[in-house]
Design a protein around this ligand. Structure first.
Ligand code: SF4
Length: 191
């Protein structure tokens, strides 16, 4: 399809899409073949490994495409009877769990009152978290309410799970926190 620069700009504005792709679509161009070709190129010679989205209990089936030891794509598995190849926005972003140059790979610590972050050893950070958890719990634990009702709770600690924790690990986490008497337990996935 031949499209002049003027036609392209008019269609982009008219379609209100605000993008070059929106403009092309506004002119009646179909991107499906180009998209299919790009996808085919990316997946050429890749091995498809069946897996499950780790994010929630829906457990959507995925296909992880690998070339050698490298993941090149993750998408919904069309053979799955419940997600039929689809994934929600979170599931559609699983690829970035594995391949993401912005992913933090070091533990950062900001001292009380400081404005900068310092790289610290994981071992040190784990000990620090354990130390502060115990200290806070010891100082604030409530065994009984004034009316004598037994509550055994640690109201000064709040637990927030990460969106990338899978179901099973979240289960273990909440067991752990409840064991310490923590009642304020939330997960970032629901916020
Ligand atoms: S794709 Fe979405 S709905 Fe499916 S398991 Fe993952 S998070 Fe849950």
């Amino acid at each position: 399809m031949q499209v002049s620069r003027r036609e392209f700009l008019r269609a982009t504005a008219g379609a209100g899409a605000g993008t070059a792709i929106g403009g092309l679509v506004g002119l009646g161009a179909t991107l499906a073949p180009a998209r299919a070709a790009a996808q085919e190129l990316r997946l050429k010679d890749a091995k498809a490994v069946p897996s499950i989205c780790p994010f929630c209990s829906v457990g959507c089936a995925t296909l992880v495409h690998v070339k050698g030891d490298r993941i090149v794509n993750i998408e919904g598995d069309p053979r799955s009877p419940h997600n039929e190849g689809t994934l929600c926005p979170k599931g559609a972003a699983i690829y970035q769990l594995h391949v993401n140059p912005n992913r933090a790979t070091k533990v950062l610590h900001r001292k009380p009152g400081a404005s900068n972050w310092e790289v610290v050893e994981l071992e040190w950070a784990m000990d620090r978290v354990a130390e502060l958890t115990k200290k806070t719990r010891d100082e604030t634990f409530i065994e009984k309410l004034p009316n004598g009702k037994v509550v055994n709770m640690s109201p000064a600690i709040f637990a927030l799970g990460g969106a990338t924790l899978d179901n099973e690990f979240n289960h273990v986490c909440q067991k752990f926190w409840r064991g310490l008497g923590v009642v304020a337990i939330e997960n970032q996935a629901r916020i």
